[in-house]
Design a protein around this ligand. Structure first.
Ligand SMILES: Cc1cc2nc3c(=O)[nH]c(=O)nc-3n(C[C@H](O)[C@H](O)[C@H](O)COP(=O)(O)O)c2cc1C
Ligand code: SF4
Length: 708
């Protein structure tokens, strides 16, 4: 099925066992000294054990601490870094992957230089212009954290002199020599993402009038000199390649794809053994970050990598939300030779191994939530919503560890994301797990989240399938009494019964055109139909009934399809609540042609979303005409409008329907009943405190680990 992706390939004489590369990712698992720690080594080792053909390290600072983005990134500027890096390469290579180090000078985003008061090396003094829209959708706390990450200081830029350029070329060459000595199989020169070498390539950031500025040939000169220097220093049989931006999004004078085609050919002439094609965007724009560097669209740059392949004779590595199926197709159709995967490798380190074993369905899906990549903005260690083991590989001992104690009998009440994660991990570690879910299907809050955001659907399917894979005994439509649970004589009882929705007590909230999220879910999925449908007209009730009878509302995909044709919701909708749920609902409704206004109490919409995803979603929603009212308090709901008090006075919004997405609170009911019956319980997820998907999965994981 994935025969193209899994076939071997050579880069500059280096044979890779398959064409899956782990994309370079700064995960900040390094101590504040640039040294490769044991924890970091275990993290990389896990991806090699997981079957990747090539592991590319995160950004490794060639002139550390100068030109570094963080003290928590790898360094290779001195021989003292070699022993740690040697241990790392040895452990990665032992599991069959090749490993390359990504060499970087961060140029204008050398946060460590800014923080420590050094000059910041750039091609020419930056002429900052851009949209600067990223700031407006950040929370005050995020802004404070970002400022703290560069010490709150102002950069002192220095345009690179001839001497600086000479030093850079020698520095890259020396770093590459150390890489070879440390056992790396090759190096990737980072000439993308706005860092120093990519700054030279971009007319926007390079205003020089010497032989390093002007036309694209001149702008590519430094990169080519670096490649030649590195090749000369490392000698034959050691592949060297560079990462380039296919283009700079939303940047008037930025790198174009035509530029990149020229640079790539020049790089190959200079000795590059492959080209790794990424992208970049206006650094002041939030949405641009999700178009270029960390794309939200699947396989965004695949056409460009295909085109690049027609002009260079070396392997082309493609990246950017490429799934195994798409990657396989791309290779089959000559659009790439190697597929680099970033977030998907954070979400499931064993991705390649599962493909080889024909178990693609078992790959834990990345849900494109941007939680991982939000962390480095704050100089914090990366974490993953769906994979709480990320960064804990050393402690857990690989692939989430194995069972340490006697198998226990575990009862889990509640089959939402927290309960399912607890069940998956506990059963995977060898415990006997029985899971009870009150409704007819597993998923809880994730079922609704899956309706409004497609990647959650894949996660829901994966979690549900995992119950069988791990041998969890599942009982749906089951609501055991405390006595029934006690009769099972469990060693542990985990309660994951989720949150409940409290009515916000606004005048008019009980009117028939006002739905809450549960009503809506009932209408769309057929669950709890009585409650939602009692608010419908007779015709709408009939339609919903027919749809339900025909079984169209049984799964999220059908609901998605059906709801695009018919939904018992008027043309204008006011969503009360500007949190994550409100914004996802607004997206769902707007996509179905509704004119939506979101009313939020706070200054920022969707503060619970990782900020890069928030940038993306809010930008999309604004473009589709969704309106946002921040710092607004709802005063009343009438038949035809919602009245709010805002900082600009009172506003009345005309509407046909109101959807309430506020008032989630932990539901202690089941936990209290079990405790009253004398059972020792561990309460997790939204039943303990509303923490959304990330919190739910993290708590399910932790509760299962605590069992031993
Ligand atoms: C947490 C994180 C850190 C990253 N750090 C780097 C980095 O150090 N160097 C780099 O070239 N790209 C970095 N990237 C970009 C990835 O290499 C990759 O190009 C991007 O994530 C798109 O691939 P994906 O959709 O498969 O995640 C990072 C991405 C993430 C998610
Ligand atoms: S945090 Fe979200 S985007 Fe990042 S790897 Fe995990 S699931 Fe994917």
């Amino acid at each position: 099925m994935h025969e193209h992706l899994l076939s071997p390939v050579d880069i500059g004489g280096l044979r890779l066992r398959n064409r899956i590369a782990m994309a370079p990712m700064g995960v900040e698992i390094v101590g504040p000294d640039g040294m490769a720690s044991d924890e970091l080594t275990a993290y990389y080792e896990e991806r090699s054990r997981g079957g990747a053909g090539l592991v590319i390290t995160e950004v490794c600072a060639m002139a550390y601490p100068r030109g570094a983005n963080s003290a928590h990134q790898l360094a290779i500027s001195d021989d003292r870094f070699i022993p740690g890096l040697s241990r790392l390469t040895e452990r990665v290579r032992a599991h069959g992957a090749a490993i390359a180090v990504q060499l970087v000078h961060h140029g204008k985003v050398s946060r460590l230089d800014i923080k420590e008061g050094r000059e910041v090396l750039v091609p020419s003094i930056p002429d900052w212009h851009g949209s600067f829209d990223m700031v407006s959708d950040l929370t005050p706390n995020e802004l404070t954290l970002m400022m703290a990450a560069n010490g709150g200081g102002r950069p002192r830029y220095k345009a690179a002199t001839r001497a600086d350029i000479e030093e850079l070329i020698v520095g890259f060459a020396k770093a590459a020599e150390r890489a070879r000595e440390a056992g790396f199989d090759g190096v990737e020169i980072h000439a993308a993402h706005g860092y120093l070498l990519s700054g030279f390539l971009s007319r926007q950031w390079n205003r020089r009038d010497d032989e390093y500025g002007g036309d694209i040939e001149n702008r590519s000169r430094l990169l080519c000199q670096v490649i030649r220097g590195v090749k000369a220093a490392t000698g034959p049989g050691f592949p060297v390649w560079c990462r380039l931006d296919a283009r700079e999004y939303r940047t008037p004078d930025g790198i174009t794809f035509d530029d990149t085609l020229v640079t790539a050919q020049m790089a190959v002439e200079a000795g590059a053994d492959a080209i790794h094609l990424s992208a970049y965007g206006d650094m002041t724009s939030g949405p641009a970050f999700t178009e270029g560097t960390i794309p939200y669209r699947e396989a965004t740059h695949s056409a460009l990598s295909g085109h690049l392949k027609t002009v260079v004779a070396v392997p082309v590595m493609a990246v950017g939300r490429i799934s195994p199926d798409t990657g396989n197709e791309m290779i089959a159709h000559g659009k790439a030779d190697i597929i680099a995967m970033g977030r998907q490798m954070l979400a499931d380190p064993a991705l390649a191994r599962k493909l080889v074993a024909g178990r693609a369905k078992e790959i834990r899906p990345c849900i494109n939530c941007y939680v991982c990549v939000a962390q480095p903005f704050f100089d914090r260690r990366v974490k993953c919503t769906v994979n709480p083991a990320l960064g804990r590989e050393m402690e857990l001992g690989g692939f989430e560890g194995s069972m340490g104690h006697e198998p226990k009998t575990v009862v889990i009440v509640g089959g939402g994301p927290a309960g399912m994660e607890a069940a998956r991990v506990a059963a995977g570690r060898g415990h006997r797990v029985t899971l009870f879910e009150r409704s007819a299907r597993l998923g809880g809050s994730l079922r609704f989240a899956a309706l409004v955001y497609e990647p959650n659907r894949r996660l829901l399917d994966w979690m549900t399938d995992q119950m069988a894979v791990c041998g969890v005994e599942v009982h749906t439509s089951a609501d055991p009494s405390p006595a029934e649970v006690a009769a099972m004589d469990p060693d542990a009882v985990i309660v994951a019964t989720g949150a409940r929705r409290a009515s916000p007590g606004i005048p008019g909230i009980d009117m028939t055109h006002v739905f809450d999220g549960d009503d809506l879910r009932g209408l769309l999925t057929g669950e709890d139909i009585g409650r939602g449908s009692s608010k419908l007209s007779r015709i709408a009730r009939f339609t919903v009934g027919v749809v339900r009878f025909l079984g169209f509302t049984q799964d999220p995909e059908s609901v998605d399809r059906m709801s695009r044709r018919y939904m018992p919701i008027g043309r204008r909708v006011v969503v009360l609540g500007g949190g994550l749920v409100g914004i996802e609902l607004a997206d769902f409704l707007a996509e179905r042609g509704r004119k939506v206004t979101v009313v939020g109490e706070g200054p920022t919409m969707a503060p619970e979303m990782a900020h890069p995803r928030r940038w993306r979603v809010l930008d999309d929603l604004r473009r589709t005409g969704v309106e946002f009212l921040t710092e607004a308090q709802v005063l009343k709901i009438s038949d035809t409008s919602v009245t709010c008090r805002t900082t600009n006075g009172t506003v009345e919004i005309a509407t046909d329907n109101v959807v309430v997405a506020t008032g989630l609170e932990a539901d202690h009911g089941v936990a209290d009943g079990l405790s009253d019956a004398g059972l020792d319980t561990v309460v997790i997820g939204d039943a303990k405190g509303v923490g959304y998907l990330e919190g739910a999965i993290a708590e399910g994981f932790a509760a299962a680990l605590a069992l031993g």
